[in-house]
Design a protein around this ligand. Structure first.
Ligand code: NDP
Ligand code: OXD
Length: 320
């Protein structure tokens, strides 16, 4: 057993994240399995799996026995973009815990804009008792770009809250109470009926830079909120931040909630920090719990070593 395990080691290459809780989680779940923390890999032949979050290029190269790369997040662009990534399966995280956390964040942001909470915060600062006109949820059209695991979950909760919800994805989707748009042909009609745009797309060659002024101008302008709102928790590479700033300044957007940025952490000099109806959160919408996600990865490894198929393997042809 010990000899076999020696060839079945796990390398943790967690980029800017502290690797310690991930290594501790693996060790507590499978004490016999060798665990390496990049760049400390004395025997590269002993690495069979990599647990990766923004791994350095070299961490994925020269691993002769590598069988699987496990992304430590739901997104995988940080692995697929690595030129030295060998031709092995890349599996991503699909977790109830992460999905629930993301759904909470989306519902919070939609409600914050819908219920005009930023304006009430300012009124409170001024000690002013002033009631704002408040549309019903059913008058507000939420459009979700990306109707995968996270988008569909958020859609279900927003439907339950009474919003008029539509989704846009590559292929058609059936989610009760949600109007489905898909593909290039479905994009403009989807945008034209959307007051609050929620983005839960992966970052791929097709989606990079999509959230820019031309798209913002296609959003509905006749809605109950007085203008469109952008909420992005997908990836920063989807958005052009200079366009978001200009769109807010020019009233093309009346507000935004952003959890992800072109460069993270967001630079203190970014005007987004100080804009009145812009909410900035530090890529925490779907916070990953190391133990919860490591349990899933170790179950995947156990299945793989027993000859069963891996789950949540990314389709490299479409990059997500
Ligand atoms: P999924 O792979 O389950 O869903 C992706 C969705 O995007 C699918 O509906 C897919 O369409 C759609 N899509 C992909 N490419 C296109 C395209 N070119 N045009 C139209 N639709 C497209 O991913 P998840 O829901 O699990 O996660 C989504 C993203 O959320 C992740 O990739 C990650 O970037 C981000 N994320 C952010 C977190 C945070 O903390 N901010 C936490 C976790 C994830 P189809 O269904 O037809 O395939
Ligand atoms: C993820 C993330 O992809 O945290 O899971 O962004």
């Amino acid at each position: 057993m010990a000899t076999k395990m020696a060839d079945h080691g796990i390398l943790i290459a967690s980029g800017p994240w502290d690797p310690t809780p991930w290594a501790e989680a693996v060790r507590s779940l499978d004490p016999a399995r060798p665990v390496f923390i990049w760049p400390d890999v004395p025997d590269r032949g002993a690495v069979r799996y990599v647990m990766a979050w923004h791994p350095p290029e070299e961490a994925l190269a020269g691993l002769p026995n590598l069988s699987v790369v496990f992304s430590l997040g739901a997104g995988v662009e940080h692995v697929l973009s690595r030129k030295m990534l060998p031709d092995v399966p890349v599996a991503r995280i699909v977790s109830d815990d992460l999905t629930e956390r993301m759904t909470e964040w989306v519902a919070l942001q939609v409600l914050m804009h819908h219920r005009q909470q930023r304006r009430y915060d300012r009124l409170q600062d001024e000690r002013r008792w002033h009631e704002l006109r408040q549309p019903a949820a059913s008058e507000v059209r939420v459009g979700i770009m990306g109707m995968g695991v996270l988008g569909a979950s958020a859609a279900r909760v927003l439907v339950a809250l009474g919003f008029s919800v539509a989704g846009w994805s590559r292929g058609p989707k059936t989610v009760p109470g949600v109007e489905s748009f898909h593909g290039d042909a479905g994009l403009d009609p989807f945008l034209a009926r959307t007051d609050i745009l929620v983005v839960l797309l992966p970052l791929t060659p097709d989606t990079r830079g999509l959230l820019a002024m031309p798209l913002f101008r296609k959003l509905a302008r006749d809605g109950a909120l007085g203008g469109p709102v952008l909420i992005n928790a997908g990836r920063g590479g989807l958005q052009i931040e200079a366009d978001i700033v200009r769109a807010i300044e020019e009233g093309v957007l009346i507000g935004a909630s952003l959890d992800v940025f072109e460069t993270e952490p967001l630079d203190p000099s970014s005007p987004l920090w100080g804009m009145e109806n812009v909410v900035v959160t530090p890529h925490c919408a779907g916070w990953s719990d190391p133990m919860e996600l490591t349990v899933q990865i170790m179950e995947q490894i156990a299945a793989f070593e027993a000859g069963r198929p891996l789950r949540n393997v990314v389709d490299r042809a479409v990059s997500y």
